[in-house]
Every structure is written in structure tokens, then in C-alpha cells.
Design a protein around this ligand. Structure first.
Ligand SMILES: Cc1cc2nc3c(=O)[nH]c(=O)nc-3n(C[C@H](O)[C@H](O)[C@H](O)COP(=O)(O)OP(=O)(O)OC[C@H]3O[C@@H](n4cnc5c(N)ncnc54)[C@H](O)[C@@H]3O)c2cc1C
Length: 431
């Protein structure tokens, strides 16, 4: 059965699938199982939680409706980025300065944790250091400088490097940008291979895993019962790590997130000199527009160029040509280079762009709403869930204390309402 969010871009083959490491697919669940913890979802959130719980001695069963890495984790731009998708002020206004500082520090911990997981479990996923935010306009330059100052003065983070003028071509060969704000603690990787590597690590630690096994319902009691098409799980605790790709379980989580389409084009492998000239330090870049362009080189020297969000759930008509046009605006020197892949996926955005973690009942946890900024934070989210289930919930609760509003319009009207609201912000990119 097709996923409810399915569209041609979302079904298209990706460069990541074409270059994925061998992975032994898991069978569907066809029995009744008992577990300490049941994990729903085979993305980074679910795999990290499963791994951290198994390392703490819990009996864990993990189910994935489709295949491991089917959701955003296997389609992503792969950028591991410091901070959250929302401003630090969003957190500070709600929870105060100390909590905002603690949450920012955890966003850095998430970067370090990703590196540790890759190293500890020998995951082959082309990890590289360095992500830069690019400024196109004077107002972006002002905003980024203010951001750098805020991080240094209020959050004690002074690793960021400001790059402009004659230095710029040593980092990016594009006339589109005036300056870069570079963080070498951030990085990028092959997101599908990272996800599959985490799934394998969890399995090696004893997690029982099943694919093509959607959770159809969750019945809360002191023991929770999860029904699947051909089996069932009874567990003491449950994590829903389903994010934008949630299916069957619906409300009450869905009304807090909006699935927003974003797309990536992969060129053919570039001549190594050409690749080196585009991004000489092999940093990943995302720019300061409301409709962000993001790009990086793959391990085999393709340019992976992402952007072009759609709030209507339909990809732009002639997606590959649209993405190519965006790419050529940044790198006109790629005019003769062929496009080999173009695919899409959904990010789950929240109203305030802060991540949405919490509990539906004392023993039913959820993590969602990373708002396009989840590659690193998902790994930490899984660890925080493992801590909380083990009785140390303070760090999970810091995130869970962030307040969220539902999207106006319910299941059927919220998308048109958002499309209208976002039109204004898109216009600002042209000014
Ligand atoms: C194109 C794209 C580019 C992105 N680029 C970046 C980036 O560069 N940097 C960044 O930080 N973030 C990026 N993101 C966001 C990031 O990828 C996500 O925040 C992150 O991967 C979310 O991971 P997750 O494990 O929570 O969810 P997912 O990876 O979406 O996993 C959820 C899984 O749950 C499964 N599921 C759903 N319902 C059920 C059910 N009922 N039963 C069983 N299983 C179920 C789904 O099939 C899915 O596999 C991007 C996302 C996309 C789509």
C-alpha cells in the first residue's frame, strides 16, 4: 500500500539507495512478543533509542512500517548542524536563559554523539566535518553576524568562523554569496548508511527488529499493547519515533506537525578538479533564505543540491528541471553536468520550529518535529528517551517542557492555511 504522503518525487530512487551499504532486510512480525520497550519507527530516532536502551540491558522490539531508513533519515541532506531549527530566543522566552543554554549545549552534544556512534559501531557513512551558513544579502550578513555574537556572548560558543572577501573562494566558488559562517564541529554524512549502520548496531546489541510491520493501534494500560497486521507486542514502555512519516496512529501527534516536502538533486560524479573547485574544503552549506538551498559533495564527488520546499505536498512540476535551475543559480559552471537522481522527502515542522518531544501517557514517549534540523538531534533524542525510561528524565523533560501549538485547520485544512501563510515569507527571499 502506498504511503499517505506518497508522490512521484517521494517514490523516486535516490542516490543514497543507489549507494547504500549491504543491509539484511528484517522479516515482518508474525507472532506475539513481550518487551520492556517497543520502538515504533526505523529512522535515526528509533534506531538510536533502540541501541541506547539495549546497551542499558532492556529487552527491545523495534518495528518499521516499511524499511529501515524509508523516512526522512534515509533521504536527508545529511547535514549535522549545531543548534535547533528555531531561534535560541524561542526557547529562552518560554523556559528562561538557563534552559536555553542547556538545550543549545545538548545540540552540540548531539554532534559529538553522532561521531561517537559512527566510531564505536564502525559505521561507513562518509562523515566529513564542516557546515557553513551562507549570506546572500546585506540583511543576511547583519543577521548572521548578530547570531555569531549571540552564540559567543550568551552561549559561550566561540568556534564559529566568519569568512568573507578574498577568503571566500577558498571555501566556495560561487558569486551568489557574500559571506559564510562556518562551524567545523558540525558535519555531513550519507544519511541512509548512517541509519542502516545504527539499525545493525542495535540488532547486534539484541534488539529484535521487524520491517513491513506498521503499528496499527496502541492500547495504553500498565502494559501497552501494540497491534500489527500479523502480530502484536506487549511492552512496559513505547517510543513513537515516526515523525513526518507517521501512518495509522494519526492524532494526537499529527496536529502538532506539518509534513513539508523538500527535494534533492544529485549530479553525475564530477571531475575531481571541478568538485574541488566548487567546495574546496568539502564543507556542507545551507543558505539564509526562507526557502533554503543546501548542498554538499558526496564521497564520489557528486554535487547533492537540495531545496525547493513545497507546503502543498505536491512537488513542483518538472522537479528535476526546477532543482537544476536552482543549482545553476549557485554554480553556473555546472551547466554541462548531467543530473542523475532527483528525489524528495518530508520534514515535520512545528509552529515554532522547536522539536516536539513528550509523552502521550506516562510510559508512551514521542519525539518529532525536528523542523528540518534532525540529523544530529535525532541521535541524541534516542539517547534521552533511553535515559528517561531508565528513570533519569531531566534532560528529556527539558525538551518536553517546550510548549507547542497545534496547526490551525485540522487534518484537511491545515495545508492550505500554511500554503497561504508561507507565500509572504517566500516573497521576502526575492526582496
Ligand atoms: C529531503 C530531506 C532533507 C533533509 N535534510 C536535512 C539536513 O540536511 N540536516 C538535518 O539536520 N535534517 C535534515 N532533514 C530532516 C531529518 O532528516 C529528520 O529530522 C530526521 O531524519 C528524522 O528522523 P526520525 O527518525 O525522527 O524520522 P524518520 O527518519 O522519518 O523515521 C520515521 C519512520 O517511522 C516509520 N513509521 C511511521 N509510522 C509508523 C507506524 N505506524 N508503524 C511503524 N513505523 C512507522 C516510517 O516509515 C519512517 O521510516 C531532511 C529531511 C528530508 C526529508
Amino acid at each position: 500500500m502506498e504511503h499517505p504522503l506518497s508522490n512521484p518525487a517521494e517514490r523516486a530512487a535516490s542516490y543514497y539507495q543507489a549507494s547504500s551499504n549491504p543491509f539484511q532486510h528484517r522479516p515482518p512480525l508474525q507472532e506475539q512478543l513481550q518487551a520492556d520497550v517497543a520502538i515504533i519507527g526505523g529512522g535515526i530516532s528509533g534506531c538510536s533509542a533502540a541501541l541506547h536502551l539495549a546497551q542499558r540491558g532492556y529487552k527491545v522490539v523495534q518495528i518499521e512500517a516499511r524499511q529501515f531508513g524509508f523516512g526522512a533519515s534515509g533521504r536527508s541532506g545529511g547535514q549535522l548542524i549545531f543548534g535547533l531549527a528555531c531561534s535560541n530566543d524561542t526557547i529562552k522566552q518560554q523556559l528562561g536563559k538557563e534552559a536555553a543554554q542547556a538545550i543549545f549545549a545538548m545540540s552540540l552534544e548531539a554532534l559529538d554523539l553522532t561521531r561517537q556512534l559512527i566510531q564505536a559501531h564502525q559505521i561507513q557513512c562518509d562523515l566529513q566535518s564542516g557546515v557553513a551558513i551562507a549570506a546572500l544579502k546585506n540583511r543576511h550578513v547583519r543577521d548572521l553576524k548578530a547570531y555569531q555574537q549571540e552564540l559567543t556572548e550568551e552561549y559561550g560558543y566561540d568556534h564559529l568562523q566568519w569568512i568573507e572577501g578574498v577568503e571566500l573562494p577558498s571555501y566556495i566558488q560561487s558569486k551568489r554569496y557574500q559571506a559564510l559562517l562556518l562551524d567545523s564541529r558540525s558535519g555531513h554524512l550519507h544519511p541512509l548508511n548512517y541509519t542502516l549502520g545504527l539499525a545493525d548496531a542495535a540488532q547486534r546489541h539484541g534488539v529484535l527488529q521487524f520491517e513491513n510491520t506498521p503499528a496499527l493501534s496502541i492500547t495504553p494500560h500498565s502494559k501497552i499493547k501494540i497491534a500489527t497486521p500479523e502480530g502484536a507486542i506487549t511492552a512496559d514502555s513505547v517510543l513513537l519515533g515516526t515523525n513526518a512519516y507517521i501512518e495509522h496512529l494519526g492524532e494526537p501527534l499529527q496536529s502538532y506537525i506539518m509534513p513539508v516536502g523538500t527535494y534533492i538533486l544529485a549530479t553525475e560524479p564530477l571531475d575531481s578538479e571541478l568538485a574541488q573547485s566548487l567546495l574546496p574544503q568539502h564543507n556542507a552549506i545551507f543558505d539564509s533564505q526562507f526557502v533554503v538551498d543546501y548542498f554538499r559533495l558526496s564521497a564520489d564527488n557528486r554535487l547533492l543540491f537540495g531545496g525547493g520546499v513545497s507546503y502543498s505536498r505536491l512537488p513542483p512540476r518538472d522537479l528535476a528541471a526546477t532543482m537544476r535551475q536552482r543549482m545553476l543559480t549557485v554554480f553556473p559552471q555546472l551547466a554541462k553536468v548531467k543530473t542523475e537522481f532527483c528525489w524528495g522527502g518530508y520534514v515535520a515542522i512545528t509552529q515554532n520550529r522547536a522539536p516536539h518531544f513528550g509523552r502521550l501517557a506516562p510510559n508512551i514517549y514521542f519525539t518529532q518535529g525536528y523542523s528540518g534540523h534532525g540529523m544530529a538531534l535525532t541521535g541524541l533524542a534516542g539517547k534521552l528517551v533511553a535515559e528517561a525510561i531508565s528513570g533519569q528524565a531531566e534532560r528529556f523533560d527539558l525538551f518536553a517542557n517546550i510548549k507547542h501549538r497545534r496547526f490551525w485547520g485540522g487534518k484537511y485544512l491545515k495545508t492550505p492555511a500554511l500554503v497561504a501563510a508561507m507565500g509572504w515569507y517566500r516573497m521576502r527571499d526575492w526582496l
